[in-house]
Ligand binder design. Structure first.
Ligand SMILES: Nc1ncnc2c1ncn2[C@@H]1O[C@H](COP(=O)(O)OP(=O)(O)OP(=O)(O)O)[C@@H](O)[C@H]1O
Ligand SMILES: [Mg+2]
Length: 148
């Protein structure tokens, strides 16, 4: 059985640090599926992944554009990042192909917020990260595992 990891994330800095750590395991063609409610820290984790990969451009919530492409940065890992928000993609991510991205997904790390149950078919395996939070608390919990 695949290994499952869990970590308590007291602050947003801890969440970003986990993202940087996960980035060190990621390679071109890898898919990361982020799960968890509004404000759980999916974008914060993506910011850490982007930092770890050393890609260009500021990570922000891609809510109004569905997908944002971050080119590989100089001195970075030479792997671009595609950051997708599947919140409004109704159940079927063949739409991701239809987004007509400049970036070849097989050459990029693809991170999908709200991707659970929607994008898994895009890759043979994926890194699933589940983020959760308590009400009125900054503390988040991440559980992650490779699936597939
Ligand atoms: N431990 C923590 N980890 C992550 N974010 C935290 C933490 N504590 C507080 N925050 C705050 O919670 C918010 C998380 O927002 P973020 O946009 O990353 O969530 P999200 O899961 O992407 O939400 P959405 O579903 O709206 O896209 C930020 O304002 C961040 O500063
Ligand atoms: Mg977000």
């Amino acid at each position: 059985m695949a290994e499952r990891f869990q970590r308590i994330l007291p602050t947003v800095a801890d969440t970003e640090a986990l993202g940087r750590e996960l980035a060190s395991e990621l390679a071109a063609g890898d898919l990361v599926v982020l799960d968890g409610p509004l404000g759980a820290g999916k974008t914060a984790l993506t910011r850490g992944i982007a930092d770890g990969l050393g890609v260009q451009g500021r990570v922000s919530s891609p809510t109004f554009i569905i997908a944002r492409q971050h080119r590989a940065g100089e001195g970075g890992r030479a792997v671009p990042l595609v950051h997708v928000d599947a919140y409004r993609l109704s159940g079927d991510l063949d739409e991701l192909d239809a987004l007509d991205l400049d970036t070849d997904l097989n050459q990029a790390v693809v991170v999908v917020e709200w991707g659970r149950g929607v994008v898994e078919h895009l890759a043979d395996r994926h890194l699933r990260v589940m983020l959760s939070r308590e009400p009125d608390s900054e503390v988040r919990t991440a559980i992650w595992e490779w699936v597939g």
